[in-house]
Ligand binder design. Sequence first.
Ligand SMILES: Cc1cc2nc3c(=O)[nH]c(=O)nc-3n(C[C@H](O)[C@H](O)[C@H](O)COP(=O)(O)OP(=O)(O)OC[C@H]3O[C@@H](n4cnc5c(N)ncnc54)[C@H](O)[C@@H]3O)c2cc1C
Length: 432
Amino acid sequence: MSWDFETDEDFQRQLDWVDEFVREEVEPLDYVVGHPLDMTDPVRQALIPPLQAKVRAEGLWGFHLSTELGGRGFGQVKNALLNEILGRARCAPVVFGNQAPDSGNAEIIAHYGTAAQKEQYLQPLLDNQIASCFAMTEPQGGADPLVMKTLAVADGDEWVINGFKWFASHARFASFLIVMAVTDPDAAPYKRQSMFIVPAGTPGLEIVRNVGVGYERADEGAHGYLEFKDVRVPKENLLGERGGGFVVAQTRLGGGRVHHAMRTLGLIRKAFDMMCERAVSRHTQGELLGDKQMVQEMIADSWADMEQFRLLVLRTAWRIDRYNDYRQVRADIAAVKALMPKVLHDVASRALQVHGSLGVSNEMPFSEMLVESYHMGLADGPTQVHKVTVARQILRGYEPAPGLFPTGHLPAQQRVALARYADVLERHLEQI
Ligand SMILES: Cc1cc2nc3c(=O)[nH]c(=O)nc-3n(C[C@H](O)[C@H](O)[C@H](O)COP(=O)(O)OP(=O)(O)OC[C@H]3O[C@@H](n4cnc5c(N)ncnc54)[C@H](O)[C@@H]3O)c2cc1C
């Protein structure tokens, strides 16, 4: 029997180190570093690498990776507990070497890359000497990958790529892009597309503009709207099998979603702590906000939402470790992905409300957290699509009722029970 919610002492010591390090050393960077992956920013270059060195010295660099790739092979539960702390600071994933989309891209290259691709791209990416981009979404559609139109045509020893990509995060910082393109338009729908490695600066690849999210200034946008105009890459730049684009894409999205969820939990807790601090600090009508029942309701609901979500994420992480089979945890991961934006949205909204005008101002982080909740509900696929996955997976475990009425129909249940216990009922009813 094993049913334990405690963290062992050794690992707790590591968590404590990370917690203090993130609060003291990493969180302040969020106010001075522009984008943590902009290697051309001298402030970033002066401040981030020394902290990365401290993380390496502590043996926690790229902790999420398997030991073959230089990580700790901690498994997803420990990864989850660490990521929860990293979620407090925007720069923390880069300081620890597990930022998206580089971590997922490294996972793909490690899994499907040729020896040459690994040599050229994998180690520099794992070392954060370079950044990367994953370009799948197109302007005409993201939730439905079958509407993608970017085309790659074989021409001698090269592939020639034409089309547009949209919301390709970090394209402007990337040394290479992993691009999904149609190679076999007449094949079965999920065998039409393939993945390619396209080095940044390849002639014909143009960033039409960099798009930002709600709170960002125009010059801060990091999501590339890209045009591919006769972009030529050597045949060897195909990543994985021809027609295997969907299989490759699926590889990068499993564990990554759980990492995102735990980091988001760190952000949720940050909003929650701020809300509670305000509730015990601010007086109105002669009493503390925290003495008002409707404020108490916001705190109670937020705490319950946060803790339920945390348990679901940790259980999902545990099931990933336990089964080591994506098919067995698909519903769990999709449920975590669908719940994540809602919990962040709800807790950040309540925290904003409890802070009043200050909460909605640009002097507090709540508006940013709200936009972030929509980011979480779109990147890696919209919430609705993940809910469909959950429902489909769950419904597979159910059989249709054999008759016209459901098996839980009370008259039928009662009929069965009466027949089963007829002799007992007969004996006892006679005595009444
Ligand atoms: C911050 C951010 C970063 C991103 N980074 C990347 C990246 O690096 N690379 C990349 O390729 N893409 C990236 N994306 C794109 C992301 O994957 C897409 O936004 C997402 O897949 C949805 O596609 P769409 O925006 O075209 O919305 P649409 O496909 O137009 O869908 C719009 C809405 O319709 C609803 N909807 C869609 N399908 C269904 C359905 N089956 N059932 C019910 N409702 C549905 C949902 O509410 C959805 O939000 C990023 C997005 C954001 C916001």
